[in-house]
Design a protein around this ligand. Structure first.
Ligand code: MN
Length: 402
């Protein structure tokens, strides 16, 4: 399906040069892989609140947890499954006890997985390739017998012998798996190689099986690899809010959703205006602070300090922002930060916002003080700015309440 081009003529070149993505669903694993972040655990209430917001935003699947793990985990998954309008998924090894616990929790989808790489088969699973494949087939069959949607993952797919990987994909697809997920468990994929692998996996599945990808950020390529997966024919990607997860984490929800929306012109149906709220909630509950320079959700994502950039943005925000992604789209606010690199335009704008009417000379004098103060690594707040304005004797015309 060809999508209607948007009317941002300036950026049409960018949008036109991208390849088409047909279908893009979002599977959120914040509550499962995200919770596997070293030193992170969510309480029952944390899980319920995060799931409720993911659901409200229109996330396609919420992986709520690993039901066999504990009674508390089982209850959280069960209650999220009962409360959500979207599909809820529970994780299970290819072990009877896990599968039954997941089925008992009442989830819409059971995600079962087994290692397929030799290194994990030998030194983690302690099983042969043939045993892994058989257990995978039996597990998929059991979930389908119960009438529940089934996702199967050949864990460590990107370090698995390709011939064996495709053999397992074909067998589990034939056994009735609705989804085959391709996990880049240790984050070693690159976009081009991963795309080629996903295309082969798509070819190896029978009709009715869709392909999903799960990428990790060990080399900072998780979002790029997820998008390469979509380009190669995957119809769903697994993401976590703020990219939290094992080691360096997963593909970030906010990055994948916004790249699809803004760079590929694909509407996932997700309410992106709640992305900032979602990010703050997960930051607080996971105790993983979001770096200022984090794409989309970091404090600096829509902030400008340098004189040239700020002056451009004051005239037209498209000058030094992507244009195809605005703070309004993600529920954030643009900020002109005052500091060492500030120029006259920012200072004038910020002074006028609070009711001052400075002359050219006064703006220059206040700017000098801002730069000197900022250069000493001091934070230039609006209070500081107003103090400088009073020192310089700038006339305040009206009291404006922010
Ligand atoms: Mn993972």
């Amino acid at each position: 399906m060809r999508r209607t081009p948007r009317r941002i003529e300036f950026f049409q070149g960018t949008l036109d040069s991208t390849s088409e993505i047909q279908d893009a669903r979002i599977f959120d694993t914040t509550l499962r892989d995200g919770e596997q972040t070293p030193r992170t655990s969510f309480s029952y209430e944390d899980k319920r609140e995060i799931a409720a917001l993911l659901d409200e935003m229109g996330t396609h699947v919420i992986e709520a947890g690993f039901p066999v793990n504990s009674d508390a985990e089982f209850e959280a998954v069960r209650d999220i499954a009962a409360a959500s309008t979207t599909d809820v998924c529970g994780l299970a090894r290819v072990v009877e006890q896990d599968i039954e616990a997941a089925l008992d929790s009442g989830v819409d989808m059971v995600h079962t997985f087994v290692s397929t790489s030799d290194v994990q088969l030998e030194d983690s699973m302690h099983a042969t390739r043939e045993q892994a494949k058989q257990r995978a087939i039996e597990s998929v069959e059991r979930v389908k017998e119960a009438g529940v949607e089934c996702m199967f993952s050949p864990m460590d797919a990107t370090r698995t012998d390709e011939e064996f990987l495709l053999e397992v994909v074909e067998a589990t697809s034939q056994a009735g798996a609705d989804w085959i997920n391709i996990p880049d468990t240790t984050g070693v994929a690159t976009p081009t190689r991963f795309g080629k692998m996903v295309a082969k996996v798509v070819d190896a599945t029978v009709e009715g099986t869709h392909v999903d990808v799960h990428t990790h950020d060990d080399f900072g390529l998780a979002a790029a690899n997820a998008l390469a997966g979509f380009e190669a024919g995957a119809s769903q990607a697994q993401v976590s809010v703020n990219g939290i997860g094992e080691r360096a984490g997963n593909a970030a929800y906010e990055e994948v959703v916004m790249a699809l929306r803004s760079l590929y012109d694909v509407d996932t149906g997700i309410d992106t205006t709640k992305i900032t709220e979602l990010s703050r909630l997960v930051e607080e509950r996971s105790d993983v602070p979001t770096p200022g320079n984090k794409p989309v959700v970091g404090d600096n994502a829509f902030s400008h300090e340098s004189g040239i950039h700020a002056a451009g943005v004051i005239e037209n925000t498209d000058t030094f922002e992507p244009g195809v992604m605005t703070p309004e789209m993600v529920g954030a606010e643009r900020e002109l930060v005052l500091g060492k690199h500030t120029g006259n335009h920012s200072v004038r704008q910020r002074l006028e916002e609070v009711g001052y009417e400075p002359t050219e000379d006064e703006v220059r004098e206040v700017t000098r003080r801002v730069k000197d103060f900022g250069a000493e690594k001091q934070r230039v707040t609006m209070d500081e700015l107003e103090k400088f304005a009073r020192e310089v004797g700038v006339e305040q015309v009206e009291e404006v309440r922010a």
